[in-house]
Design a protein. Structure first.
Length: 628
């Protein structure tokens, strides 16, 4: 079956198609009810199936005789450490940790928050939770305590698992003071805190009372066997930015997701069992969950846990060194990583140092990929660079190319064609499908494919209002796009308050809330402007309260520090422009698009709804004196 035929089959005979795909994983009870509705009337897949994800990622391969295959390679240029773990070793560690969690009284359905760096223990903990039906929520290490508090209060974990430190190139980031602060601020009290001691820093003053040592827990615990869970049992929650300040907890199921992971590894990434797959991301993002842990392991691929950056660890050749040393067959990263390498090594000199003969395909996603980066990649690497599009919500690609079929055709600047199960359309604001080459809203006809979100944790109304009510019967992605006559889709960017900074999804409204909480600020707007390296970066445009006479530079410094303290360094807010007033419509809405276009130095039209045109000149004058 060829790609187009497979896609059509997935739409015309969806139940049969996904039942067939589901047979590629092992269930303890294969579902009879393939497609049904949940209590809110939202479509759900495989409702009466039963299985266990940890079993599929570990035990199944041991049963099949691959216990001695390397499952995980930890490569950490920032600490000079490398470790390899076979599936047998993975089972030993994961089942003992699961036993340890059980001994603390954790049971199926409880939640666990993980605030962990890029170490294999994070992957072990995710799989240990999955083994006994604990729903994990990994929080990205670059987020500040406040972000941890929001998640703790929303998902009410019984246990928080962390490590003593993260490493950002040469900087050690002690986690425990951050965790301690979050625990202090959260309303919901976590019962247990488990700490993995990395022995990278002096911990004496950082171990606070009542913590359990990760390694002791593993060493002292009896292995726990996996438990079978219902297909719709949540495997994990992953919070992501939306249009309001509060992050939303995307709920991932088990059975649909396991099916989608196996399907995408085989057909989209086109990788065979036993080969090495590397996603250079972070456990805290959707890519980290799907393509550093569950996808490669369910497909019996060796996965790489890389603790470093594309540059400076120690140089811009580090990706090529890892690919060569571990014989990586297929790699996945965000375009920003390639841009960072291209900037440091424009002639690709470092690439030539390595044997890259195993390296067959490069996948890119997370943000729009510019053609100049693709050109550089083609010139210096000479293997296909395949853009594809998805979201935390889907958990796996929605646009891409089924590279399993070798006749796939890349179209530059396009994120590919709809992946089986995702009937993607481009709508105008009234819900009419647009013709080819017209830009509109990217929507997907329900049901979404297996593995896409079950909803927002404990908040169906928010799920409905954020995704389902704009165009009844369709999921609204939040992205704009154009389709061409061949069915290729070109994603043009978010149409809401979400921005993408170095492949990290951030909310400008959340940043606005933080900026406005500065006592000198009367009101503000945060917009994402274009950046050569990170794709986008946020800029705050703020108005001070009457009577504030503080130096503008000082206010800027305080706001930058506040955003770093409340959201985290990853927000990358470095620029604040103080203005006398913000451009608004006559009904009082801030004209953010106008600000963004002006800051990008692009041509703009003054909206007819503006309440006072002279403000445009004021802003233009201000932009001239700001260095961005
Ligand atoms: N813990 C603590 N701090 C972190 C962190 C973490 N896990 N991750 C990032 N940060 C910090 C960085 O140190 C940086 O701090 P600084 O402002 O003090 O320098 C800040 O957050 C911004 O990080 P980032 O936007 O990643 O910028 P960078 O300059 O450190 O690196 C790239 C730029 C392009 C090299 C980097 O973003 C990268 O490798 N991206 C790859 C793509 C990727 O991982 N995408 C994720 C989804 S696929
Ligand atoms: P996240 O949920 O963090 O994976 O971010 C999802 C968002 O990233 C999407 O809604 C898009 O805005 C953006 N995105 C992801 N992949 C691409 C891509 N290939 N091209 C353009 N934008 C992308």
């Amino acid at each position: 079956m060829k790609a187009q035929q497979m896609f059509q089959e997935s739409i015309d005979n969806k139940e049969q198609f996904w039942a067939d795909q589901a047979r590629n994983i092992k269930w303890s009870a294969f579902p009879e009810n393939i497609l049904s509705e949940d209590e809110n009337g939202y479509p759900q897949w495989f409702a009466d199936g039963k299985l266990n994800m940890s079993y599929l990622c570990i035990d199944k391969h041991i049963e099949d005789g691959f216990g001695e295959q390397i499952a995980v390679i930890y490569d950490s240029p920032v600490t000079g450490k490398q470790q390899k773990f076979t599936f047998n070793q993975l089972k030993d560690e994961v089942s003992k940790l699961a036993g340890g969690l059980k001994s603390l009284g954790l049971e199926k359905g409880d939640t666990a928050v993980l605030y962990m760096p890029m170490i294999p223990q994070t992957l072990f903990t995710m799989l240990a939770c999955a083994r006994i039906g604990i729903i994990h929520n990994v929080v990205f290490g670059g987020f500040a305590p406040h972000e941890l508090v929001v998640r703790i209060d929303d998902c009410k974990p019984k246990v928080l698992i962390t490590a003593t430190a993260g490493v950002e190139i040469a900087r050690r980031i002690p986690y425990l003071p951050l965790v301690e602060k979050a625990i202090e601020l959260s309303q919901d009290k976590v019962e247990h805190i488990i700490v993995y001691n990395r022995q990278l820093i002096d911990n004496k003053h950082e171990y606070f009372e009542g913590t359990i040592d990760y390694q002791d827990l593993v060493n002292q615990s009896a292995p726990a066997d996996y438990v079978e869970v219902e297909s719709n049992h949540p495997l994990y929650l992953l919070y992501t930015s939306g249009t309001t300040g509060k992050p939303k907890g995307v709920v991932r199921d088990t059975g649909g997701y396991a099916t989608a992971m196996k399907f995408s590894m085989k057909y989209h990434y086109g990788i065979k069992e036993g080969e090495t797959f590397w996603a250079a991301s972070d456990f805290g993002w959707a890519v980290g969950h799907s393509y550093m842990v569950y996808g490669p392991l369910i497909n019996r691929n060796t996965t790489i846990v890389f603790e470093g950056k594309p540059v400076m660890t120690p140089d811009a050749g580090t990706f090529w060194r890892v690919i060569s040393e571990h014989k990586v067959n297929t790699m996945f990263t965000a375009p920003t990583a390639i841009r960072a390498i291209k900037k440091e090594d424009p002639n690709g000199d470092l690439i030539k140092k390595y044997d890259l003969s195993h390296y067959k395909k490069q996948f890119l996603a997370g943000e729009r990929c510019d053609v100049a980066t693709l050109d550089w990649f083609d010139e210096h690497l000479g293997i296909p660079a395949i853009d594809h599009w998805w979201q935390t919500e889907s958990g796996s690609p929605m646009l891409g190319l089924l590279t399993y079929f070798e006749d796939y055709q890349i179209k530059r600047a396009s994120a590919g064609k709809p992946i089986p199960g995702y009937e993607i359309m481009i709508f105008d604001e009234n819900g009419y499908e647009l013709d080819a080459h017209h830009e509109g809203f990217l929507v997907i006809k329900l049901p979404l494919a297996p593995g896409a979100l079950l909803g927002i944790w404990n908040d169906f109304p928010r799920f409905k209002s954020g995704y389902l009510s704009q165009f009844p019967g369709y999921y609204f992605s939040g992205d704009g796009a154009i389709k061409d006559e061949d069915g290729y889709v070109f994603v043009t960017g978010r149409v809401d308050d979400v921005i993408n900074v170095a492949g990290h999804r951030l909310s400008t409204s959340e940043m606005e809330e933080v900026v406005s909480s500065n006592p000198d600020i009367a009101e503000c707007a945060v917009v994402g402007i274009e950046d050569q390296l990170k794709g986008q970066i946020p800029v705050a445009i703020a108005v001070t309260k009457a009577g504030v006479s503080k130096d503008e530079k000082q206010i800027e410094k305080e706001i930058v520090a506040l955003v770093r303290e409340k959201i985290g360094a990853v927000a990358s807010l470095k620029n604040v422009m103080i203005v006398n007033r913000l451009p608004k419509t006559r009904s009082g809405k801030i004209l953010r698009k106008l600000l963004r276009t002006m800051l990008d130095g692009k041509e703009f039209q003054i909206p007819s709804t503006i309440d006072d045109e002279t403000i445009v000149e004021e802003i233009r004058e201000k932009i001239k004196i700001y260095p961005f």
